[in-house]
Design a protein around this ligand. Structure first.
Ligand SMILES: N[C@@H](CCC(=O)N[C@@H](CS)C(=O)NCC(=O)O)C(=O)O
Length: 209
């Protein structure tokens, strides 16, 4: 049988938590074989022209639809796939807003983590700003506290855009901030994540260098 044509071409990195969101959605919807991965090197201080040809922000994930339409960022690409497959990962009605807000919480945790990491990676040590780093780490801490507060609710929810984004965010902390020890004071979030992270789309998309 002829393989199905790609649904999306995706600028990709196996370390990117936002790309991971897209891949988790693709796996959940049974579409991962319809995503063609494109090489790139996203970097905040060295623009990759392969990406900027489609996304002026130079960030990944960025995608090209079968019609050649550029799609970014992770929120748009996840919703595009879900809409294509009528997957239901973006709830409708009253459940939509809490789900999107959970997505924003996970994305915001990641934004802070990336800003903290980029500062340390991109600037020489003598220019590191402790208040800047501390400010980003405070956002991460507060987001983790909110996940702990919501953990009993999360455990009852179906697989959806909010929970999978929180899963990708916590997975990124384990990958890049492994000394953070966030679980010690957040037992309910830790228990929720331990179970959630075993779901096949999560297991199949773990970040690696
Ligand atoms: N809001 C964006 C964030 C994407 C993002 O920051 N991606 C990182 C890789 S993990 C990136 O491309 N960084 C390069 C840069 O900041 O220029 C999304 O949800 O896709």
């Amino acid at each position: 049988m002829k393989p199905e044509p790609p649904l999306l071409k995706l600028f990709h990195a196996p370390t990117s938590p936002y790309v991971r969101k897209v891949m988790v959605v693709a796996h959940w919807l049974g579409l991962s074989s319809r995503i063609e991965l494109l090489d790139c090197a996203a970097n905040p201080v060295a623009r990759d022209e392969r990406i900027t040809a489609y996304n002026p922000l130079a960030k990944i994930p960025a995608a090209l639809s079968a019609d050649g339409e550029a799609l970014f960022d992770s929120r748009v690409i996840c919703e595009y796939l879900d809409d294509w497959a009528a997957g239901g990962l973006f709830p409708t009605g009253a459940r939509r807003w809490p789900a999107l807000t959970r997505q924003a919480l996970g994305d915001g945790l990641l934004d802070a983590a990336l800003l903290a990491r980029y500062e340390r990676q991109s600037r020489p040590a003598q220019l590191w700003s402790q208040p800047w780093y501390h400010g980003q780490m405070q956002k991460i801490d507060a987001a983790l506290d909110e996940i702990e507060r919501q953990a009993p609710v999360l455990a009852e929810l179906p697989f959806e855009i909010g929970t999978l984004t929180l899963g990708c965010a916590l997975g990124y902390l384990d990958f890049r901030f492994d000394t953070l020890d966030w679980r010690r004071t957040r037992p309910r979030a830790a228990a929720w994540f331990a179970e959630f992270d075993l779901r096949p789309p999560m297991a199949e998309t773990r970040p690696h260098s």
